[in-house]
Design a protein around this ligand. Structure first.
Ligand code: SF4
Length: 340
């Protein structure tokens, strides 16, 4: 096994210390970050403003290996691109979504997911392992290198529950937002979570401008049937926290599944539940698939649901998932072998 250190794992401050400890000049971290994250050059022999001796040494100490692209699937309808990537012996997926005037990339944080939400294909895999910060950052770098497209938005909504891989996710945010490097805007990064309160508080404290999306998906009294993690991480605690901390405006995501969580009763309860919280509500009609028997709602049911929520104070959006034809839509990521 290689003892080289994966360069994408380092935050700026870690890199400064590590370079110094290994006898490199102090200023070199700036050159390194510039080559890797602004020129996307991963061959140290091409770092022309670094001495030949140091270039050799960099090659010896660091690995510049990105997750290997195994397969790319493109949805002919909306040009969504799904990448199957190899990380060690596992496979993960990341999705590049074309919007009107920019791109959004959906990234994974774990191989599989331990939370087993009943409507999610990733959940059927269980947890294989956490991704390192470098593997999280490597997903964006691999896509930039392949497509020459730098997404504007990053959404942590791929495989896994980000807050169960807290340390690595936090480090990846630090690396993504480094002004000298990839320079993503904090508010263009969305962390989607089922709601793990202590970790959520830590995330908000360290990165108050990051966007938070809570996967709500069901009223509290029925949520455990759909999301077993409700038992351990009750949503009422999350709602109370946001009720008391109004300076923060999260998004609540609600996947609408016919006959499960889409009745008028559900809409009225949801309205009451969220009316004291400053938030956005994002409704996502369920993506039907071959694995689960769930059905999506009709347009009529969707409109009824929205009209009830409109009585409340919060903004409501409907997200129609892209990449349906290539199993790249929400809750459909599972790695090639598991998805087919
Ligand atoms: S919906 Fe998210 S938290 Fe639930 S099983 Fe799927 S990946 Fe995990």
């Amino acid at each position: 096994m290689s003892s080289k250190r994966l360069i994408f794992n380092f935050t700026e401050s870690e890199l400064i210390v590590f370079l110094e400890e290994n006898g490199f000049p102090k200023y070199m971290y700036k050159q390194l970050i510039k080559w890797i994250y602004t020129k996307y050059e991963l061959n140290p022999y091409k770092f022309s403003d670094i001495s030949k001796v140091n270039r050799e040494k960099l090659k010896e100490i660091f690995s510049f290996q990105l997750p290997k692209i195994v397969k790319i699937s493109i949805d002919p309808e909306d040009e969504t691109k799904k990448y199957l990537l190899k990380v060690g012996k596992h496979e993960i997926e990341t999705v590049l979504i074309k919007e009107k005037d920019h791109y959004t990339q959906c990234i994974s944080t774990q191989v599989g997911c331990p939370l087993r939400c009943k409507f999610c294909i990733t959940g059927t895999m269980g947890l294989k392992r956490n991704l390192s910060a470098g593997e999280i950052v490597g997903q964006v770098m691999a896509v930039i290198k392949e497509s020459d497209i730098k997404p504007r938005n990053l959404v942590y909504m791929g495989m896994g529950e980000p807050l169960l891989n807290y340390e690595n996710v936090m480090r990846s945010i630090e690396i993504y937002t480094n002004r000298k490097g990839l320079d993503f805007a904090f508010r263009k990064i969305t962390i989607s979570t089922i709601g793990i309160l202590d970790k959520l508080k830590g995330l908000i404290k360290k990165f108050p401008k990051v966007t938070i999306a809570i996967s709500l998906n069901q009223i509290p009294e029925e949520r455990e049937d759909l999301m077993p993690a409700e038992k351990k991480y009750p949503i009422l605690k999350i709602l109370k926290y946001f009720e008391e901390n109004k300076y923060f405006r999260p998004t609540f995501e609600y996947v609408l599944i016919k006959n499960i969580n889409s009745s008028e009763k559900h809409a009225h309860k949801l309205l009451r539940l969220l009316e004291k919280i400053r938030c956005k509500i994002n409704l996502i009609p369920y993506n039907e698939n071959k694995i689960f028997p769930y059905e999506s709602v009709s347009e009529e049911e969707l409109n009824k649901f929205i009209n009830i929520l409109y009585k409340g104070p919060n903004a409501i959006t409907v997200r129609r998932s892209k990449g349906k034809n290539i199993q790249a839509a929400c809750g459909q990521l599972a790695g090639e072998k598991d998805a087919e």
